[in-house]
Design a protein around this ligand. Structure first.
Ligand code: ATP
Length: 321
């Protein structure tokens, strides 16, 4: 068989809690029969963004990125606007990127998706001149990003991390936000303002609307404006629940809107986290880049099986006549 496809695989050799060496062998054994891989490892000095920009300059056909959210977001941001398809193999703790875009979360399933090779065009965004794929969080989200070190995530897992954050929301101070879209200017006292292009359910502060659509050419803004600590905790739980059920938030202290471009100014200035990295402080100007990113996606039409028993230990199934 002749290999007709090629790709640059950007691999973080220290990401996640699995065995990176074994992961790389698995990826190679699954992909290399069909795709010629040019493997580049990230280092503390050379990140996935730089490796992806170099791959774009070399004119590669496809870029595959494998690591945690930091690695994946950096590579994705580097290919925005290029139309080079990006394959994603998540190996992190939270895998927010994969979850936001409904991508598989195991190495094997991710490789299967890449082999299927179905590119889907989704939106990206520009925030203060930087490419953004998931979301920009003002205030509270940024504080959480700053506090959430690897140790906390490893020890307590994702849910505990969210709940710790929810608790902190009650202690967090409010700020005045001026939110400007092409149609209106809104002024509000808020604890968190989040502008999302795509977001996983675990990004509770982005969950005002019922589902964030990542190919509608619009950004989704959520304002969380509790007036007291109890309200803050209640609104965060409400957002978590509605995120999981796919409903829109229905509390008076949660607001949301959709717009193509959103500018936010705050008083006092607040920290801003862009796709999980602190980029500075407000003001921010976020604009959707419709169709800015091409991702290799799984078949969406797949029917969810009603039963799954394979893999259970010492499984025996007897069909009754
Ligand atoms: N070869 C390497 N040696 C040491 N550190 C590296 C290397 N390559 C990348 N890094 C570091 O890995 C970090 C990015 O990790 P990444 O987001 O991929 O995984 P993660 O932290 O395990 O993910 P998650 O946040 O989902 O747990 C960066 O801080 C980067 O400097």
């Amino acid at each position: 068989m002749t290999i007709e496809r090629s790709a640059c695989l950007i691999f973080n050799p220290v990401a996640g809690q699995g065995d990176p060496e074994q992961d790389l062998l698995t990826i190679q054994s699954l992909l290399e029969p069909e795709i010629e891989l040019d493997i580049r490892l990230t280092t503390p000095e050379v990140d996935a963004g730089q490796l992806a920009r170099e791959a774009v300059e070399r004119g590669v056909h496809t870029i595959i990125v494998s690591g945690g959210d930091g690695t994946i977001s950096a590579a994705a941001e580097a290919v925005v606007g290029t139309s080079i398809p990006l394959g994603v193999i998540s190996r992190g703790t939270a895998n927010a990127f994969a979850s936001a875009l409904a991508l598989p979360n195991t190495v094997e399933a991710a490789c299967e998706t890449i082999l299927q090779g179905r590119p889907k065009v989704v939106d990206a965004a520009l925030c203060n001149g930087k490419h953004m794929v998931l979301l920009a969080g003002i205030g509270f989200e940024a504080e959480m990003v700053e506090k959430a070190d690897r140790d906390t995530k490893n020890r307590f897992g994702m849910l505990a991390y969210i709940m710790a954050g929810v608790k902190q929301l009650g202690e967090f101070e409010s700020f005045e936000a001026r939110i400007e879209t092409q149609e209106k200017v809104i002024t509000v006292i808020a604890s968190a303002v989040t502008i999302a292009n795509a977001a996983p359910p675990t990004s509770v502060l982005a969950q005002g609307p019922a589902g964030i659509i990542c190919d509608d050419g619009l950004l989704d803004l959520t304002v969380v404006a509790p007036t007291n600590p109890a309200g803050a905790i209640a609104s965060a739980y409400h957002l978590l629940q509605t995120a999981l059920s796919g409903d829109a938030a229905e509390r008076d202290d949660i607001g949301y809107l959709r717009a193509r471009r959103i500018k936010v100014t705050t008083d006092p200035p607040q920290k801003v986290a862009l796709d999980g990295e602190i980029i500075g402080t407000t003001p921010i100007d976020v604009e959707c880049i419709p169709g800015g990113l091409t991702i290799l996606m799984p078949l969406l039409e797949e029917v969810q099986p009603l039963e799954k028993l394979e893999g259970l230990p010492e499984l025996r199934i007897e069909e009754k006549l």
